[in-house]
Design a protein around this ligand. Sequence first.
Ligand SMILES: *[C@@H]1O[C@H](CO)[C@@H](O)[C@H](O)[C@H]1NC(C)=O
Ligand SMILES: *[C@@H]1O[C@H](CO)[C@@H](O)[C@H](O)[C@H]1NC(C)=O
Ligand SMILES: *[C@@H]1O[C@H](CO)[C@@H](O)[C@H](O)[C@H]1NC(C)=O
Ligand SMILES: *[C@@H]1O[C@H](CO)[C@@H](O)[C@H](O)[C@H]1NC(C)=O
Length: 949
Amino acid sequence: MEPSSRGPASFLTQANALLRKNLTFQKRNLKTNIGIIGFPVFICVVLVILQNVLNDQLGKAKYRCGCVCIDTNGDGNCETVCGLQYSTPDQVNSCPIPSPPKWPALLQVPRLASRAVRSGFVSSTDLPDASCKDSKSCPATVLFTGRNQTLAESLAGNLFKSTSSSMNFSDYLNLLSSVVPGSDTPTRDTQFIEPAFVSDRPLYVLQPQCTANFTRSVSFEISNRTLELEVECVQGLSLWRDSSSAVNDELFKGYRQENTKRKTNEYIAAYDILNSDENGFNLNIWYNSTYNNDTGYVPIALLRVPRSMNAASNAYLRFLRGMGVMMRLEYVKDMPKSGTDNRFDISSLLGALFFTWIVNLLLPVILNYLVYEKQQKLKIIMKMHGLKDGPYWVISYAYFFSLSAVYMICFVIFGSVIGLKFFTLNDYSIQFVFYAIYVNLQIVTAFLMAAFFSSVKTATVIGHIYVFASGLLGQFLLRFFMEDSSFPRGWIIVMEIVPGFSLYRGLYEFAQYAFMGDNMGTSGMRWKDLSDSQNGMRNVLIIMTVEWLVLLPAAYYLDQVASSGGIRRGPLFFLQYFQKKPSASFRKPSLKREESKVFVEMERPDVSQEREVVEQLLLEQSTSYAIISDNIKKVYPRRDGNPEKFAVRGLSLAVPHGECFGMLGPNGAGKTSFINMMTGLTTPTSGTAYVRGLDIRIDMDEIYTSMGVCPQHDLLWETLTGREHLLFYGRLKNLKGAALMQAVEESLKSVNLFYGGVGDKQAGKYSGGMKRRLSVAIALIGDPKVVYMDEPSTGLDPASRKNLWNVVKHAKRNRAIILTTHSMEEAEYLCDRLGVFVDGSLQCIGNPKELKARYGGSYVFTMTTSSNEEEEVESLVRQLSPSANRIYHISGTQKFEVPKHEVRIADVFRAVEIAKKKFTIHAWGLADTTLEDVFIKVAKGAQSFNLLS
Ligand SMILES: *[C@@H]1O[C@H](CO)[C@@H](O)[C@H](O)[C@H]1NC(C)=O
Ligand SMILES: *[C@@H]1O[C@H](CO)[C@@H](O)[C@H](O)[C@H]1NC(C)=O
Ligand SMILES: *[C@@H]1O[C@H](CO)[C@@H](O)[C@H](O)[C@H]1NC(C)=O
Ligand SMILES: *[C@@H]1O[C@H](CO)[C@@H](O)[C@H](O)[C@H]1NC(C)=O
């Protein structure tokens, strides 16, 4: 690749690269995406099914206005007639009722078993004896109190009136308004039909005394409907109590108590006539509001109040004017109503909860994606190849926004198409604005949350918990508070700051308007409804917009400060834009260097020579070297009781252009720590390094544009192909058009991923070796000037390794490469210079030949004999070289280190020939020192030195 004059990639180029990568990624994730889009579809379908089941139920005859078929004109063909008179109380709701029936007002009479009698817990002695229950003759009791006992007792005596036993029910309203009728049927929430007249319970007539044979069956007509009733007499008993508190007490004690075997002592009603006298009637009535089957808010038993009121008024009139006077309460009657469908829109009822889940579900998806790139260190590796934060944010944001938009549009369209009232009734423009704002807020929330997670698993779990909890808490807590008008509105607004709650609130308002609109046959929410004080939508829109504006910079800021990859910036990093940037060239060697002198004294000459070169370069402010590391250190602070760890102890190194520098060293020696600092993954504890004259503490962003990295672990997108990886990184390095295509082809060919279409397979399906080769190709694409390779050839088969080496060898011509490896062969083949790194510091440095000469200087003599001839072998070696050293010995095989200056190879051969005659030699050999021997020697030496110190 000819050196080009490409500058760093522009914003648009980077954005383009990232966008293309994301789109490909999305294309590969088609299944997951269909799953995501499928969820709202699934929920909507469930709602539709529920709605249909419900409509089916409500449409059944049981709930439809009752109808009969009547042959009206006698021609044998019947005609369907519907109406109240053919309906049960369940059906009445859907009937049109142009002229509601008139119902006589009734008293609520306690059932026989619960009527008040004398018993252990009520001290009153004037109540009837409990034995009346056996004879079924218990009276129903009314209690009286007031200021004037004489007056009260006189009213009590007038309350019930004897009736002649011949009652003519053809004029039932007249008849029943002249007596005191009652019933023990519980009331229900319809007055169109008085349940007492359609139940199988008898109708009672309350009288001071019951005569025998009063009971009879009567039939009479109400609104064209023939009713059959038993009529029975119940004795009415009026008792005086001294005070209203005594009455209260007695009523309270009579009330059915849970968990006790006690019988209830129930009363019809109680009256307090207060200060009434001849000139005025003043009355308090106790009535039993719990005497009904329904658990509505309205005390339906008020239905039973008119008759008790009328009875008391009549008693007063009789007291004033004598028994002949009467105030008639003929009937009570509802207002007419039109017929209604039984309708019940499930989507509005369950919508707020279900749709909160649906809309929120995108949050874990976005979070997952963001944290995945962070956890897999993909974000930082993209950064290392020159991707700036700006394009990353803009593209990610735009990308998530379009994802959300598609999702929401599918959701709304689908919901509307299948006819959910929730969508069709409310103004679409309000829905559009609401969802658009929320989706933005949600993306920002995800960015914000992503800053706190480093593991995809945790993020996914927490994300889903958030989704489900915000829905449930919204449904059961927020809604409860909203519907409680005494709850301070301010606190609701505070709760709505949680995005999940503001979403719930908005959806709840949509649901309410849709539900009402559906029931009333009107429309749902319109823009003008936003000014309605009950409507929380306006607040929600304001809260969400403000929150979005505040959180957007906050999320960006947090991402910069807390991102776990990349240089951690201080919390006040933004101040640096206001300061004068320190000049990007070298600073004067600081005083700090002085203290390290002590350490320098113990260094080997080659290492201190390198240090001097570095100092010289720094003084000259030379930029001719690609990498200059100036006494760089990394100390990991003590943690969990482990002491401080010195990963790198003051490394000075200068690597010119065109050199490949190999770092050797045992595991844990600090090679990777060094590379991490150089690539900006961690910051140095002290010291610094300059890459082409740019300081890694300050100008990392600029350094990234001309840097390539092959990390120790392959950082790849499982679903992208090798070619797509290279295209992406190539674009980041500002390669375009034909040049890009050519670079990618060449790159694939060079790492042997081109043939057989391997380059077009997804990286997740690659073998370890293929991933490695791809990583190397990525590191080299776009002609970076500085390349770091952390063990590039691990896990490669020999052929691929050789191939890879050729690539690297070819690549190093015009760039500096720092390479770590465990393979001596590789180091020898590729590197111009080597450094052996042990326990955080450089032990020796030089080119492979020098090192071998310096640390080698001996042959290794190996001989295998039977084990009882070992001593003879040893004496043979001693004869050749007195200072030979046995380094290895096992059952007849021995290895000796023989100093080169003491022996000549010809002597060795001769000695062996002679020895062959004395004893059998199975095998023998003489070898020059290898780099491996040097490495082991240096590493051993350093370690024993460290143990001593
Ligand atoms: C109580 O009422 C009776 C009957 O109306 C009346 O004669 C009497 O004076 C009243 N007593 C008091 C203390 O007002
Ligand atoms: C009942 O009253 C109606 C008129 O109101 C009358 O025609 C009918 O004869 C009466 N029946 C009896 C049994 O008195
Ligand atoms: C009121 O009605 C309830 C329900 O029927 C009953 O349990 C209770 O005992 C009644 N209370 C009185 C004081 O009659
Ligand atoms: C109302 O309550 C009575 C008993 O108090 C019961 O027999 C009846 O079935 C109930 N009706 C309804 C509709 O629940």
